[in-house]
Design a binder for this molecule. Sequence first.
Ligand code: FES
Length: 418
Amino acid sequence: MKFKVARKTDRCKGCGFCTLICPSRDNCIGCGACVDACPYEARVLEEIWERRKEIEIKVNRERYTVPEGVTVLRALELIGFSILPFKDSKGREVGELSETEILAPCRTGGCWSCAVIVNGDLKPSCVTPVEVGMEIITCREEIEQKEQKRVISGFQGHAVGGVGTPYWIKPRTLGLGFRPIEVACFSHGCILRCPTCQNWEITYSAVEEEPLSPVEAARIMSYERRRFGVDRMAISGGESTLNRRWLLEYLKELKRLNRDEKARLHVDTNAVVLTGDYIDALYLAGATDIGADVKGFEPDTFIEITGIKDRELAKKLMDNEWNAIKYIVENYSDKMFVGIGIPYNEAFISLDEIYKIGERIAGWSPDVQVCALDYRPAFRRMDIRKPSYEDMQKVKEVLEDSGLRCVICQTEFGRLGP
Ligand code: FES
């Protein structure tokens, strides 16, 4: 039978990140987490032919035989489950998954969307090694009775804010001392594989962190908000929206814990798995500010920025992102603070495309806040040039020419704009 195993190549620089995040250091289980996480692309998944010992497990109280040395997710796939990157990835209307479908968007152990019950406890199936005698429950009703978890870290004061932070509270210049305007935390795991990921150490690390329940995370966040003396609490990533149930429960708890203090709850997202009903649910759960990114007008740009190589999947994610942002702008501009982020670097997007993005957004609302982000060398794209202050001035002009009236641009010295 064929198995996937991660191997090191001669590109390795010995940084050790792959070892740090590996869920099974002595025996590769082919999860691929290290392949996605390596900044030097020095890990590859190879298919090998190998006879492996068969072990017996129970899934939903029935006996099955699966090969040893694979993930629980792979074992489930081998006995007939379908693994989906996001709910409507099969092109159907978004709805509940069938009982034989499992959502696994990040596949690096961060989001816990793929969690199943393993020997009585919730575990992320994508990075959990299957073991002899394991009792696995995939029944959604039983999973929902468990306390939800996901990996969240980096609770801290933030001096700049994000795409969904209103321009009037963002500082104009950087480096004048640390003055937090909000507190933020970061969700591990992302469905995208952006080569310029600015937060890759959080995005791809998970197994060394303790996952948190929504209540635990909301308590820490509320404490940090009071400690830093701010009224805003942001969740970013990775991608915050991957585990819908966790995020909604977190926001509800955060709202409850801060109900007397008119706190702002800010969700920072790449919007690729958002849908109308999810956005409605976020608002009802307590989100007051939302910042969403547009990662390209043309599919080729989206693919280059996000690193999603499967063209069909990339197209679906890009369409979802645009549809979600349109829905937010048209239905929530008067209910939540809405900001839209546009990544800029000449290495992967032209000013013509920036204009087209601006024009489309201006067609929905010329007054929505748009923030151009100067994508700097990071992660797998250390080769690109950091956009200069003048480059970002040009981006601002282009976006204003496209019809937008509230354009801010992030630069190395601070922000441009109103
Ligand atoms: S898909 Fe397994 S933790 Fe995200």
